[in-house]
Design a protein around this ligand. Structure first.
Ligand SMILES: Cc1ncc(COP(=O)(O)O)c(C=O)c1O
Length: 249
């Protein structure tokens, strides 16, 4: 698995096919009992926010206008908040210098690239040709022949990590996942979801995997396959694990 969050991209061998089932963002809620069952209070450092009242849609024109004005004021306040926070944003390991405004025109379409990008869709409103073009661009960058890969663009880094680790788990049913302790939490969550043993590897001060520690932990589990999560840009330090060194180890 290569955690390539910045691209949310997922490359795999020419096999299998993924079908999307989620349309748009999903909501997850858990009661205290559920949280206890998974060993998480979910409450540490919790931000308390003023909630919104549950309301029926306004019935008359005046009430509707009032509601619209209230929503407009709320959104204007939020836009101001984002501008102010962005102006003081020190960064994160991703590019802050972007302008997606040319894509605004597509916000009014219900685009859905459900299913693998290489198959014809029965859903006409899609952007598969661009999805495939992006995959092809990366294939060229990595000298992979066009007919030698399969892949798709994920909704984010978590899904990319889930898919990469799933491929590892399917190939090595008895494998152990090794991931540096600077890896994103979605890697450890995926290990729990797939019920695969996961071993954390120490990192160097740069945030890269410490291959001496990797070696000693591999030796403790000699005889069991290794599924290795290799970071190309960790969340906090932007560290890139040394793939050649990992392979040699
Ligand atoms: C290195 C890394 N991997 C994975 C993720 C998860 O990405 P997403 O929130 O898009 O699922 C992040 C998010 O910050 C990340 O920094």
């Amino acid at each position: 698995s290569a955690d390539a969050t910045a691209t949310g991209m997922n490359f795999g061998p020419c096999a299998g096919r993924t079908f999307g089932t989620t349309v748009g963002p999903a909501l997850v809620m858990a009661t205290d009992d559920h949280l206890k069952a998974v060993g998480d209070t979910g409450k540490q450092g919790r931000l308390l926010v003023e909630g919104f009242a549950v309301q029926e849609p306004p019935v008359d024109a005046e009430a509707r206008a009032q509601r619209q004005a209230a929503v407009a004021a709320l959104l204007a306040g939020f836009a101001h908040h984002l501008q102010e926070r962005t102006a003081h944003h020190m960064g994160y390991p991703f590019n802050l210098d972007f302008d997606f405004s040319v894509l605004d025109q597509f916000q009014s379409f219900s685009i859905n690239n459900l299913g693998g990008p290489f198959i014809e869709s029965n859903y006409g409103v899609h952007s598969r040709r661009f999805e495939v073009a992006v995959l092809d661009w990366f294939a060229r960058l990595w000298n992979i022949q066009q007919d030698e890969y399969w892949g798709y663009i994920t909704t984010g880094g978590t899904e990319g990590n889930l898919h990469g680790l799933l491929v590892g788990r399917e190939i090595f049913r008895d494998g152990i996942i090794y991931a540096s302790c600077d890896s994103h939490y979605s890697v450890f969550k995926a290990a729990r979801m797939y019920r695969v043993e996961c071993v954390k590897i120490d990192t160097l001060v740069s945030g890269e995997m410490n291959c001496a520690d990797f070696k000693s932990k591999l030796l403790m589990n000699a005889g069991r396959p290794a599924i290795v999560n290799v970071n190309i840009g960790t969340t906090v330090k932007g560290a890139i694990d040394d793939l050649d060194n990992i392979i040699r180890t």
